[in-house]
Write a protein that binds this ligand. Structure first.
Ligand code: SAM
Length: 296
């Protein structure tokens, strides 16, 4: 019986057998700690009937653990050199399918329709390549995939920004962009020592439970995010100043003040103190005026 892929000895053997060299440009930091892998997979709360979608299986350390706890695993891997390795390491798990593709280019909806049963409980679980964490997460969220949630290992600092609450220094447009789609929490922090090669930064596991419906009612989703981005333009500036500089113009100050008064939001506050509900009422109020008189 082979040892688990994630054990340092087996990982070393696999890498040596195939003469594999890491590509930093693809964010290749492989996990070599089975305790951490177990904790990641625990977070996903899979059942024997669940399906798992993995991004970047590497040599299959996490894939193997997902395969042991689910009905089917589909993994997207961009690096062609890993395909023969995965075919070898994952040969005991016929219910794993590896797709050679850049997940950012992939039609994930179609893959789900082709590979899983309708209505099947699905989770995305991955140790993400750090250079593209945010684009991958935003793609998965914005495409509104039929999945229950997402459990990903990412850079600790990014995980903290995503899960941040209003009023903290980590809170910003990324927190709101993700929390609009999901309830976010950081599940555990992970030291650099559990990877080969060791990354320069600490990592954390982020748990996202997708919302069944948006947490706020919006007249325009696109405009809501525009107001948010503008409000965080220069973090030291007040909300009024940021809105005036980044979304409107100086001569529209009276209109901005009117809308702030109408929504009960003090323009001297800073963007990072506003809750999602406050951003929603602000953007809806601006949007109503925009519809009437095209204010920006
Ligand atoms: N899952 C493995 C583990 O935990 O040991 C490897 C994780 S490693 C941090 C990231 C993996 O994502 C690598 O295998 C890399 O080749 C792959 N990858 C990088 N960019 C990708 C992309 N755009 N689409 C799919 N896979 C990608």
């Amino acid at each position: 019986m082979n040892k688990e892929i994630s054990t340092p000895i087996r990982t070393k053997e696999i890498l040596a057998k195939y003469g594999f060299t890491f590509k930093k440009s693809l964010g290749q930091n492989f996990l070599i700690d089975s305790n951490v892998l177990t904790k990641i997979v625990d977070q996903a709360e899979l059942t024997p009937e669940s399906g798992a979608i993995e991004i970047g299986p590497g040599i299959g350390a996490l894939t193997e653990q997902l395969a042991k706890r689910s009905k089917k695993v589909v993994a997207f891997e961009i690096d062609q050199r890993l395909l023969p390795i995965l075919e070898d390491t994952l040969s005991p798990y016929p219910h794993v399918t590896v797709r050679h593709s850049d997940v950012l280019e992939a039609n994930v909806h179609q893959v789900i329709a082709d590979e899983f049963e309708e209505g099947q409980d699905l989770m995305v679980v991955a140790n993400l390549p750090y250079y593209v964490t945010t684009p991958i997460l935003m793609k998965l969220l914005e495409e509104k995939l039929p999945v229950r949630g997402i459990v990903v290992m990412i850079q600790k600092e990014v995980a903290e920004r995503i899960a941040a609450k209003p009023g903290s220094k980590e809170y910003g447009s990324l927190s709101l962009a993700v929390q609009y789609h999901a309830v976010a929490k950081t599940a555990l922090t992970v030291p650099k020592t559990v990877f080969v090669p060791r990354p320069n930064v600490d990592s954390a596991v982020l748990h996202l439970e997708l919302r069944q419906k948006p947490p706020v009612d919006l007249l325009s989703e696109a405009y809501f995010f525009e107001v948010i981005r503008s409000s965080f333009g220069q973090r030291r500036k007040t909300l009024l100043n940021n809105l005036q500089n980044n979304l409107f113009s100086k001569d529209q100050k009276p209109m901005i003040e009117e809308v702030l008064a109408e929504t009960g939001i003090d323009g001297r506050r800073r963007g990072e103190t506003l809750s999602m509900e406050e951003f929603a009422s602000l953007s809806n109020a601006f949007y109503k005026r925009k519809e009437i008189e095209d204010i920006s």
